[in-house]
Write a protein that binds this ligand. Structure first.
Ligand code: DX5
Ligand code: ZN
Length: 216
């Protein structure tokens, strides 16, 4: 059970200090939005390169951008531990995942709520991480979509059946309450933005999330 706080909900004027608040977590989730694939704009490669230099924990990059085939490899070259691109945006997902792996990153595929998981199950061996979005991507602070739980269960069954070592990540609306259902449905990596950064004591929320997910 791994907890990845999202710096989307952090103070963007103090990112190094904000990384220090979550040093107990397993990785930091970095949301890249381009105002095309999603209707929001966050940060890009130069900022990620600096985060990589100062972060006490590995970077888990979530690319909510158009044309990841062109842009994703740069994040792997920057040293991100994992680089996740959206299934809906990639033109050649197998080629891109192989390129990310060859650059030393773990390759992730993300699915919007309306994107079925089934067409991707034959590609599990090509990925290290499958991200089932539990909100419509673009903004923090939205409510967890319970209707994604059956999709998570089907993904978990397929991963177990495949024998591939693929992490099953959930992102969106994860709190100490909703994480219980997500873990029960088979998720093992949990992104949490507002629930962690909205708290005074981020470390204690991370510990609560880990406990609620059954990981300690
Ligand atoms: C949403 C982002 C999420 C976001 C989650 O599009 O991908 O990573 O930071 O924020 P919360 O946990 O507040 O839903
Ligand atoms: Zn995200």
């Amino acid at each position: 059970m791994r907890i990845h706080p999202s710096i989307l909900s952090a103070d963007f004027a103090n990112l190094e200090a904000e990384l220090g608040r979550i040093a107990d977590a397993d990785s930091v989730h970095v949301d890249i939005m381009d105002n095309h694939f999603v209707p929001n704009l966050t940060l890009g490669l130069p900022v990620v390169q600096r985060l990589q230099q100062v972060s006490p924990i590995p970077l888990d990059v979530h690319l909510m951008i158009a044309d990841p085939d062109r842009w994703a490899p740069g994040y792997a070259e920057a040293g991100a531990a994992s680089v996740t691109f959206h299934a809906e945006a990639a033109r050649a997902p197998v080629r891109l995942a192989r390129e990310l792996r060859s650059l030393g990153a773990r390759a992730g595929v993300a699915l919007r709520p309306a994107t079925p998981v089934e067409p991707w199950l034959d590609l599990l061996a090509e990925m290290d991480l499958l991200l089932v979005m539990t909100v419509e991507p673009g903004f923090g602070g939205q409510a967890f979509l319970d209707v994604m739980l059956p999709k998570l269960r089907r993904a978990r069954a397929a991963i177990d059946g495949s024998g591939a070592a693929v992490a099953l990540q959930v992102d969106g609306g994860v709190t100490a309450e909703t994480i219980v259902a997500a873990a029960d449905a088979g998720a093992d990596v949990f992104v949490a933005g507002s629930s962690v950064y909205g708290a005074d004591d981020a470390a204690s929320v991370i510990a609560d999330l880990r406990r609620a997910a059954g990981g300690c």
